[in-house]
Each structure stands twice: as C-alpha cells, then as structure tokens.
Design a protein. Structure first.
Length: 57
C-alpha cells in the first residue's frame, strides 16, 4: 500500500502581517552583519524596523 509521505501532505502557508498604526504590510528580511544572519521585520509604508512582527503592537 503506497501512500503519500507525511512531508508531501503538508501545505505551505504564508502569513501577511499588517501594521495596525499605518496599515502597511510587514515583511521579513534577513541581513548578514558581522558574520551573522539577522532576521528583521520592516513595515513597507512607514519603514519602521523591529525584531519580529509582533513587536509592532
């Protein structure tokens, strides 16, 4: 009985984060600084930068 593997059944879900104050979309960026990868969240509209999307609240 050949069934699909559990990894092939997973779906890819992308979340859209919206900045509540200005209404802009928050995107995640990866920067390479001082030999390390750094993930940051940036609002497209007001250009505010935080560590993760939930820090915008």
């Amino acid at each position: 009985m050949a069934g699909a593997s559990k990894n092939s059944r997973t779906t890819v879900a992308t979340q859209k984060f919206i900045h509540e104050q200005c209404g802009g979309e928050i995107i995640m960026k990866t920067l390479f600084e001082k030999g390390k990868l750094k993930n940051i969240a940036e609002c497209q509209k007001c250009k505010r930068v935080e560590r993760r999307p939930k820090d915008f609240k």
